[in-house]
Ligand binder design. Structure first.
Ligand SMILES: *Cc1c(COP(=O)(O)O)cnc(C)c1O
Length: 420
């Protein structure tokens, strides 16, 4: 990447820098770990910046979206509608109509009621849609952020097998696939393989219960360091193992009966991003040293409200050569918000920091800005620079604008530009 300090000085701080070369490298590494043939979806939740989505679409990724905003971004970034999978619990009639109007025909369905709703909405437009039943089949031992098991997501496998007729689908909402996503961020390939084995076995059971499966989306769970030093996990050992697993459980898969697909957010974009902010003040209160930055949980780590914070071994560094030579001292990195929750890191060992220094936090490309508290305290959004090697491809910032609302229908239209 070109010199982040020079870029931050030129465009101002706080700034996110995203390097497309890193996106391509992560994509190549993950692709090498997946069975062939299979499809990889990029989950826009991790970072919906349109240029990242466009890059991943150019590399052949399909898109997994779970809101009207993510859907619109995927379409604008050039993802063909047939390559979009619309997921998420509690999709509303307005969201479904909007998706249909853009040509989306593949939906992950989370309950029998959602299946009936999709049938009704698709029927009104006289179109057929493919429904992938989101199924909870359990998970292996690994995984930090667990979405399988008993949660608000999906349909329990036991329930599906006990009452298959509640999920058979209709003329308009054709049930012809499964969507499994039990884990996130599993950094042990063996543990992840165990989870895929549970999911593949569940798919075989569902097929044996008489469901026609055109697609089995095995989800993901691929890990990459988040705000810590290090590289994306190397999963290349998985490819052969996954191919054998699929030969055993879903023997038609090589002829795409069913088509096998995967999803990843963090792995594809986590390593491409660096958050750069400036030190506005350094102060000692009691025993502690606080380094005050011009950006905080409004831009990064907004999920700290649920206990996430920069690890003590954070990938944070001072972009000032002078500082590297001094001995390290523990500091708390705090942001500009008027709340004691605005802490990016505690007891982080850094060389001497002064006001005016620039701090860079690496591996911040996923769940950075979009998972943060941008609206809180009304600071401006950071500039987002998209780089390709040494070239700046774009520099932009999100603007939030208050608009007048006259009636409920207005809101879907305002977000989507959809006249319905
Ligand atoms: C969050 C989510 C993803 C992306 O997860 P990562 O851990 O970022 O790869 C993919 N699919 C579904 C259904 C999700 O909810």
């Amino acid at each position: 990447m070109s010199d982040p300090a020079a870029l931050a000085r030129r465009y101002g701080t706080p700034a996110y820098l995203y390097d497309l070369a890193q996106v391509r490298a992560a994509h190549a590494q993950l692709s090498a770990a997946l069975p062939r043939p299979s499809t990889l979806h990029y989950s826009l939740k991790a970072n919906p910046h349109p240029e990242l989505v466009r890059q991943l679409a150019e590399l052949g990724c399909h898109a997994e979206v779970s809101s009207t905003g993510e859907l619109d971004t995927a379409v604008l970034a050039g993802v063909p509608a047939p390559d979009i999978l619309h997921t998420g619990p509690g999709k509303t009639p307005a969201e479904l109509r909007h998706a249909l109007s853009l040509g989306v025909r593949r939906f992950s369905v989370e309950s029998a009621a959602q299946l009936r709703l999709l049938d009704e909405i698709a029927g009104q437009s006289q179109v057929r849609v493919s429904c992938l039943l989101r199924v909870n089949a359990g998970r292996g031992a690994g995984g930090k952020l667990r979405m399988g098991g008993v949660s608000q997501f999906g349909i329990e496998l036991d329930q599906l097998l006990a009452e298959p007729d509640a999920f058979r689908g209709t003329d308009f909402a054709v049930v012809n696939g499964l969507h499994l996503f039990p884990v996130s961020g599993v950094d042990d390939p063996a543990a992840l393989l165990e989870t895929f084995a549970i999911s593949a076995r569940a798919a075989r059971q569902v097929a044996e219960a008489g469901f026609e499966l055109a697609e089995v989306d095995l989800g993901g769970g691929f890990a990459t360091p988040y705000l810590r030093p290090g590289d994306p996990v190397d999963y290349r050992v998985l490819r052969g193992e996954l191919e054998s697993l699929l030969d055993a459980e879903l023997p038609g898969w090589r002829e795409q009966r069913p088509r096998i697909s995967f999803e990843s957010g963090r792995y594809l974009v986590g390593s491409c991003g660096t958050y750069v902010c400036a030190v506005t003040d350094v102060k000692a209160n009691g025993e502690r040293t606080f380094v005050v930055l011009d950006g905080g949980i409004n831009h990064l780590g907004g999920l700290s409200g649920i206990g996430r914070m920069l690890p003590t071994r954070a990938a944070a560094e001072i972009l000032t050569s002078r500082a590297e030579s001094s001995p390290k001292v523990p500091v708390d990195l705090v942001g500009p918000l008027c709340t004691p929750a605005d802490v990016l890191a505690r007891n982080l060992e850094l060389p001497e920091v002064r006001a005016g220094d620039l701090i860079a936090i690496r591996n911040a490309g996923a769940y950075g800005l979009s998972a943060s508290l941008l609206g809180f305290l009304s600071h401006p959004a950071p500039v987002e620079l998209v780089l390709d090697g040494g070239t700046v491809r774009s520099a932009s910032a999100i603007a939030t604008v208050r608009t007048e609302v006259h009636a409920a229908q207005d809101r879907a239209g305002a977000m989507s530009g959809d006249p319905n």
